[in-house]
Unconditional design. Structure first.
Length: 357
């Protein structure tokens, strides 16, 4: 069964899609967001996948793509429409092309109208299609800038997307109401702009009278996306922690491996959030660790210095993950969780004191 995940960026209401071939472990990401690259990279790693392609449905105006950053980080290749006007891609796509990942593929379907270079990607079995901003759930993308054209969009939807199987699931690049998926049959019947008996003239009249303001990020997003998201002109990637080699998890926290903690232990604050009897129990504790049970952390986090990194520790890494979240909510910036907790620390030969006291 195809590996499939739908991810969401709340700031821009953007959906990112991961599709992977379980046999080869190769995967693709569609419409990644620049700021969400650590999350996406963590998911790829945790699922044991290799990112082969990063695909954009079009040159976005409301967020900066994560394509360039993912290529730099994971060695993926970038592909988008050859008619997008963007530079820096590894492949320019045309209607009818295939983007392969292992034994699976996506077929490229040109669906201009929102922009001149809009693409949709159709899964090889036509069970899913990823429609970008061309066709949204009970709506569609705007057509009033970036070479947009309402008549062109009407043709794209009716001649290419609405001719897919009725049961084909449609996944858009955005939704602003919390909706996640629709189908060809649903949109043909119920889309208020393009479905039912709506003709081309009806649609054009509707789109020409939307009166929408320009996207807030357009002046930053479009120039950056014409470079496939490569930073320039003052746009700097978010700073990642430099006090240790950390790993970002899909669950949203930074983790430090036991061997790396051993390398930096003298420069960090070790916070053991187990109960006192555990701290002095058979497993022992790491030398220099502060014992502060998780239930007392909210009231006592003032005992920790804010100008030194904090590494939270517990038996297995579960309670300490909660401690990391609590410290972040309290304004601590450099905080990480010890992966695997004391169990892994001991198993990998880390120093222990206090066992059995």
């Amino acid at each position: 069964m195809l590996v499939f995940r739908q991810l969401f960026d709340a700031t821009s209401s953007t959906y990112t899609y991961l599709l992977g071939d379980p046999a080869s472990r190769e995967c693709v990401l569609i419409d990644p967001v620049f700021e969400q690259v650590p999350r996406d990279a963590a998911l790829v790693a945790e699922l044991g996948l290799q990112l082969r392609w990063v695909l954009d449905t079009h040159v976005h105006a409301d967020h900066v793509t994560g394509a360039w950053r993912l290529r730099e980080r994971l060695g993926a290749r970038i592909a988008l429409s050859a008619r997008s006007g963007a530079s820096g891609a590894d492949r320019g796509l045309e209607h009818g092309d295939r983007v392969e990942f292992g034994k699976r593929w996506l077929e490229v379907c040109a669906t201009p109208g929102h922009t001149a270079g809009c693409l949709s990607y159709v899964q090889d079995d036509q069970g899913r299609a990823f429609t970008g901003d061309c066709l949204l759930i009970r709506g569609c993308g705007r057509t009033d800038f970036q070479q947009g054209d309402a008549r062109t969009m009407y043709a794209s939807v009716h001649e290419r997307l609405f001719t897919l199987p009725q049961a084909c699931l449609l996944y858009p690049a955005h939704d602003y109401r919390g909706l996640t998926v629709t189908s060809v049959g649903e949109e043909r019947a119920f889309n208020p702009r393009l479905g039912g008996e709506a003709g081309e003239g009806d649609f054009v009249g509707f789109m020409n009278n939307l009166g929408l303001p320009h996207p807030k990020q357009i002046d930053v997003a479009v120039p950056a996306n014409l470079r496939c998201g490569e930073p320039a002109g003052g746009l700097v990637p978010p700073v990642e922690p430099d006090w240790a080699q950390l790993r970002y998890t899909f669950g949203g926290l930074w983790q430090i491996e036991p061997h790396e903690l051993a390398n930096v232990a003298t420069g960090v604050q070790l916070l053991d959030v187990r109960e006192s009897e555990e701290f002095h129990g058979p497993i022992g504790h790491i030398p220099g660790a502060l014992s502060l049970p998780l239930g007392e952390l909210a009231a006592r986090h003032g005992e920790l210095a804010r100008d030194r990194p904090v590494v939270a520790v517990c038996r297995s890494g579960t309670r300490s993950a909660r401690a990391v979240a609590l410290l972040q909510q309290a304004g601590f910036v450099d905080v990480a969780n010890l992966a695997g907790g004391m169990l892994r620390w001991r198993a990998e030969g880390g120093d222990v004191v206090g066992a059995g006291e």
